[in-house]
Design a protein around this ligand. Structure first.
Ligand code: PGA
Length: 260
């Protein structure tokens, strides 16, 4: 049975004291809940706070909330000022890494080819990639959203062995829905998630496709999460803005189906 997941992408937000407070509050709100064996909660703070967030969770005895980075460099080490590598993240005990977020593609010119290398680097160092894909508004309007997403996945992931691919989590995030308050309808989300799963099935077979966790992201919030997560191919969410408020984030985590 595939895993369900809610991951909070804090992006470039929060000072250190605010990050400490947010982690503490999220822990408080979620610790009472008995951990569902198939549900995973991940916090993706800025690199700077990863160690601190992990220390707080350990100190508070929380073993169910995991941490993830928002990016990693494709090289192992070297003269890349300002960058952070997969082995560095691995050495902190980080478990997940977001790869290819649309903001990285847009503002840092990350290409499908580069994201292929980043995915490889993450997997080499036992990090689980949360691989983002999604079309821009113009691409949807031109009716090439399926082809855009297909090529993002095929060019960055379909070189992987089935074993490596099965460690990847996919996040479908239509760019027009990110931070805009415009959520994809449940039908739009389900349609694209089913399409992504079908692509995976064609490449790796139905068993691998069935086990792949596919998250939705883009203005997912406490009010719309439940309806999105009820869709048969939507396995949770990658949450930006709403992950910065503990009650909202906890409510989204609690929107994952319990009968899974
Ligand atoms: P949003 O961001 O929830 O603020 O739309 C989602 C994301 O960028 O991962």
């Amino acid at each position: 049975m595939r895993k369900k997941m809610v991951a909070g992408n804090w992006k470039m937000n929060k000072t250190l004291p605010e990050a400490v407070q947010l982690t503490t509050e999220i822990n408080q709100l979620l610790q009472k809940k008995s951990a569902h064996p198939q549900h995973i909660t991940v916090l993706c703070p800025p690199f700077l706070y990863l160690q601190k967030v992990q220390d707080i969770l350990t100190l508070l005895g929380n073993t169910t909330i995991k941490t993830g980075a928002q990016n990693c460099h494709q090289q192992e080490q070297g003269a890349f000022t300002g960058e952070v590598s997969a082995p560095m993240l691995q050495s902190l005990g980080v478990e997940y890494v977001i790869i290819g977020h649309s903001e990285r593609r847009e503002y840092f010119n990350e290409t499908n080819a580069q994201l292929k290398e980043k995915t490889d680097a993450a997997l080499r160092h036992h990090l689980l990639p949360i691989f983002c894909c999604g079309e821009k508004l113009a691409q949807r309007e031109e009716n090439c959203h399926f082809e855009t997403v297909r090529s993002q996945i095929a060019e960055s992931l379909f070189h992987l062995t089935p074993e490596d691919f099965s460690r990847v989590i996919i996040a479908y995030e239509p760019v027009w829905a990110i931070g805009t308050g415009k959520t994809a309808t449940t039908e739009q989300a389900q349609e694209m998630h089913a399409f992504i799963r079908a692509q995976i099935a064609t490449k790796y077979g139905a068993a691998v496709a069935n086990e792949t966790t596919i998250l939705y992201g883009g203005s997912c919030n406490a009010a719309n999460a439940k309806a999105l997560f009820e869709q048969p191919d939507v396995d949770g969410g990658l949450i930006g803005g709403a992950s910065l408020k503990a009650p909202d984030f906890a409510a989204i985590v609690n929107s994952l189906p319990q009968n899974w």
